[in-house]
Design a protein. Structure first.
Length: 750
């Protein structure tokens, strides 16, 4: 008994006098405590896991020096050193973890609203964080545009999962404005025109995009360059730390990324990435050899430097090259059939931000865009040689003239140039050519005001815009207004209305090659939205929204004998009318701990009416409204991610669509009137993907393996490949899309 008591005394004494390392782990975003994070000591191998409040403790230590290693899947490896000088000393640490695809900083990024970001709560938006972009992009194609297709109300165009284009609440991709760091850009995709039996991927990757913001309806006039919806992409700066590198080797591509600080004073940073893809091989292996072989490489580079504490200079360049080899089940050697082609995309932006005072910010930018491509036949003769280019300059001013009001305004000047040369029977004596060219200056300006009243319960936002284009007399004026009212602390009503007008830029035939009878001049659209949102515990929300758009495309006729100029009659006539309306329900939870993601259901009616001519009288009339190519009645978008263990993360994505129409057919009625008959679509679309990430942390580097199974249910999703008319009946030709497809890869971070 005496011996046992002595042992207890000795053990208790050691426990009391032992040293301890403890602390708290949090995320760099909003400072949220992180649970299920592995904390270990390199020297002893002792480890623990952080609790729900992010706290950890390692006891029973002796005096000495220790290296603390903090690891969690999806976050960069963090280390710290601790020196314990006595047996009873306690050292406490606050450790901040940074997501893998987030720039490393020494400060915590605080945002006022977990769902809204920095924008006014009266602006209707859905955003994706950097972590959500990475997890909802597929391993098959590490493409942020695949993450966008998983957002509520968004569907891959025509349910074609191989292409990066998408529709938003019934608006086609051609009416979605894509902004990259405040510059409107054409679709940044690896693909060529008229290539339908292949795949497309954007030049961007989930590792370089910091945030994605989707503005589906009634958006600010700052983004009024298109009439359907807005996609706002923000690239991230490099980390202001010693150099960091990331190498990802997968079945679809290989990526290399590096980043780090500029100078010892940490006044700037650099980031560079490069990617080589073999996506075409994988697509043809899973779907069929007749699918086009599309291979590409791309890269981007960003520099950011603080000239003074209030001034920042930044340069960003994105470039890529695409090779296409068209495959066909019946290969022909037609001199006018597209066989091989190449395309390039170049985007470069120089920006200067000046915080003149804590309340006044000036943001200037200049950019250059070029997108050339060449298409050839099987003999190597050129069929098409085209290039689109653009110079951009602009400024934005933001003035917080009171604690509850922000006034902003800006202007943009764009020089647009388009060239296209097409050849018929190239390399033969009967060769012919057709050239389209166009150059124009386009200017726009906007002004917007945001403010709050009634002790912050009422939020108001209004904006106006004016556009002009060289050669046209029209100067569209576009207003927008939205408001949000806080019924209770966690309940909000939101309303929005907007009018959008956009002049169109089209190339014209060169002199001596004929004139177009009509040229598209103007598109306009009216937007309406109302929503009710309920919050729970600040991390979960339920949102019910109703929306409507009504738009038209207007055409003007060339003045006789004016082929050399863009002069048009002032009287405009509509050529096409559209409307989209419906309702949407979204459930969303956003947190660094536990299950995070969303589930959205959207009911959409998308209709259009076309102007046609009666074959007997020649009178032009509009058809009845019929389903447009974006009329997918029901759609479901779901995504969820969960860090199961400190080193294991699970995520899943579910997409459902009731089906898009395949097109329409013209028919003559009893009175020789023209009617348009919709062609039945391809049926429902369903796809479920699952993904697992597992990481291992070493002393100076980290290894992550990932695996994903696309279309885990092996659903038979069909792709439209053509139409046939047999005995007056329209028949669809289709090809199965991706079957169940497993992919995997490795990521090295050092």
């Amino acid at each position: 008994m005496l011996i046992r008591c002595a042992a207890v005394v000795v053990i208790s004494s050691l426990l009391v006098e032992s040293a301890e390392i403890k602390g708290k782990v949090s995320s760099v975003v909003r400072g949220e405590p992180l649970a299920r994070v592995q904390v270990s000591l390199v020297e002893t191998g002792a480890s623990t896991t952080s609790s729900s409040d992010g706290s950890f403790s390692i006891r029973g230590l002796t005096a000495g020096k220790y290296t603390i290693k903090v690891n969690a899947v999806g976050y960069r490896l963090a280390t710290a050193t601790a020196s314990l000088s006595s047996q009873d000393e306690t050292r406490e640490f606050d450790i901040t973890l940074v997501p893998d695809n987030f720039r490393r900083t020494d400060t915590v990024e605080v945002r006022g609203d977990v769902f809204q970001g920095a924008d006014s709560v009266s602006v209707n938006e859905i955003n994706l964080t950097s972590s959500e972009i990475r997890e909802s992009s597929t391993v098959f194609a590490d493409d942020p545009f695949r993450a966008i297709q998983a957002m509520p109300g968004v569907s891959a165009s025509g349910n074609n999962e191989l292409f990066a284009e998408f529709s938003v609440l019934g608006a086609p991709f051609k009416n979605v404005g894509v902004y990259l760091d405040d510059v409107l850009i054409p679709g940044p995709f690896h693909n060529l025109r008229n290539v339908e039996n292949g795949a497309s991927v954007s030049l961007l990757t989930s590792e370089t995009v910091d945030e994605i913001k989707l503005l589906p309806v009634a958006y600010p006039e700052k983004y009024g360059d298109d009439i359907g919806a807005v996609l706002d992409l923000r690239t991230r700066d490099g980390s202001r730390t010693p150099p960091l590198f990331r190498l990802a080797i997968g079945m679809a591509d290989t990526d290399l990324l590096g980043e780090g600080q500029l100078g010892h004073a940490k006044r700037g940073s650099w980031l560079a990435s490069a990617r080589k893809s073999y996506l075409g091989y994988l697509v043809r292996n899973r779907i069929g050899d007749h699918f086009s072989d599309i291979s590409f490489y791309d890269g981007d580079f960003k520099l950011s430097y603080d000239l003074t504490p209030g001034q920042n200079l930044n340069l960003y360049t994105l470039a890529g090259h695409t090779n296409v080899d068209v495959r066909s089940s019946v290969q022909t050697l037609d001199a006018n059939s597209f066989k091989k082609g190449t395309g390039d995309f170049i985007f470069s932006r120089l920006g200067w931000r000046w915080a003149i005072s804590p309340r006044l910010l000036l943001d200037n930018r200049g950019a250059y865009i070029r997108q050339p491509f060449v298409q050839r036949n099987a003999f190597g003769d050129t069929l098409t040689n085209a290039a689109y280019s653009e110079w951009v300059a602009g400024s934005d001013v933001r003035w917080s003239w009171s604690n509850n009001a922000v006034l902003a305004g800006g202007w943009t000047l764009r020089r647009l140039q388009d060239y296209s040369a097409s050849y018929f029977n190239p390399g033969q004596s009967t060769a012919m050519s057709f050239v389209l060219t166009g150059t124009a200056l386009r200017t726009s300006g906007y002004l917007q005001q945001a403010g709050t009243l009634l002790s912050g319960r009422l939020h108001l936002f209004g904006s106006i815009r004016v556009d002009a284009q060289q050669g046209f007399d029209a100067h569209p004026f576009s207003p927008q207004f939205s408001t949000a009212f806080q019924l209770r602390r966690s309940t909000q009503l939101q309303f929005g209305i907007g009018h959008y007008d956009q002049l169109q830029f089209t190339a014209s035939a060169s002199a001596g090659q004929g004139c177009f009878a009509e040229a598209e001049l103007l598109e306009h659209s009216n937007h309406y939205t109302a929503s009710l949102e309920q919050r729970f515990a600040d991390t979960f929300r339920v949102r019910l929204q109703g929306f409507a758009r009504r738009s038209a495309e207007l055409f003007g006729r060339h003045v006789p004998g004016s082929c050399g100029g863009p002069q048009l009659e002032t009287r405009l006539s509509p050529f096409q009318r559209n409307y989209e309306r419906g309702v949407q329900v979204v459930l969303q939870r956003r947190t660094a701990n536990g299950l995070s993601g969303w589930l959205g259901y959207t009911l959409t009616y998308a209709r259009q009416s076309l102007r046609v001519a009666n074959p007997s009288s020649g009178m032009q009339l509009f058809t009845e409204y019929f389903p447009s190519g974006q009329d997918q009645r029901h759609s479901v978008n779901g995504f969820g991610t969960y860090r199961w263990f400190p080193t294991v993360n699970l995520s899943a994505k579910v997409l459902y669509g009731s089906g898009f129409p395949a097109g329409f057919a013209a028919a003559t009625g009893p009175g020789n009137e023209i009617t348009l008959i919709p062609v039945p679509g391809l049926g429902t679309y369903f796809r479920a993907d699952i993904r697992v990430d597992k990481c291992w942390a070493f002393s100076r580097w980290k290894l992550t393996s990932y695996g994903e199974v696309l279309n885990v249910t092996d659903h038979d999703n069909r792709l439209l490949t053509g139409t046939l008319v047999v005995n007056g009946q329209f028949l669809l030709e289709s090809q199965r899309s991706l079957p169940i497809t497993p992919t995997a890869g490795l990521v090295f971070e050092f």
